[in-house]
Design a protein around this ligand. Sequence first.
Ligand code: C5P
Length: 279
Amino acid sequence: MKINAYAKINLTLDIHGTRTDGFHELRSVMVPVSLCDVITVLPSEDFSFDCSVKELCGTDNLCVRAAKLFFATAGIKPSVSIYLEKNIPFPAGLGGGSADAAAVLEALNGFFGEPLGRRTLFSLAEKLGSDVPFCLLSRPALCEGRGEMLTPIDGVPELCVVIAIGGSRLPTPQVFREYDSASLAVRNDTDAFLDAVKNNELCGIISSSGNAFEPITDMLAPETKLLRNEMLALGAKSSHLSGSGPAVYGVFENAEKASIAAKELENKGFFAVSCKTLI
Ligand code: C5P
């Protein structure tokens, strides 16, 4: 059995303070994109996990944690081999590890005849990470709380995007810490974005996209700002950070313009890929 694990981008990301559990209260519109990893599950005597990227082969991989959680909850002997073909850059703010974990839950549940219901799968996803429930849902959604409270959104148009990465890794906890110490005014891009979707206003959808981390990542990783500006210079209608970075995305008028921009960015030495949002 093969299953795709789709990356995500955050079209909006607002932060409404810290919670008593140390996490942050988020309001973010996330959408899956066509860039994906591929997970293969095959029957086996025992459990094994392998990956196309050697540094991700360890037992701390979220795929292994997802599989262990699935088998323990379903009361099934771990008896599959899992292979992860990694195409989504990491760590990047594209939810690659979360997508892999969600895909493993989905694949194993399918493989063993659906022993777990949707509600149980979502509760396992929540234990694995803040973005894993969204990846299990795998459609545009308003993500609140830690990121696990999901409201699916109808009417988000298909967007042609370029995803690009310029340089240094940005550990998520560090970006949150720096955000807290900067005491920035709270952004509220999400409500404006949801209104624009409701009114079917493409311009409003594009202009209300944003990411509260940008002032922080512009300082911690100036190449992310440079890359956003490069995207705009190449004709993007908007360009923002995804998650806590360092990946950025640009929204282009059509697939051809996106593909030309991705090639230009590649020629300049960036990782760049053109893809579409999944709706
Ligand atoms: O849940 P996940 O493992 O993806 O979170 C990674 C880190 O991001 C957490 O350890 C925390 O520092 C930060 N985080 C947060 N608030 C959220 C989501 C993540 O502070 N809502």
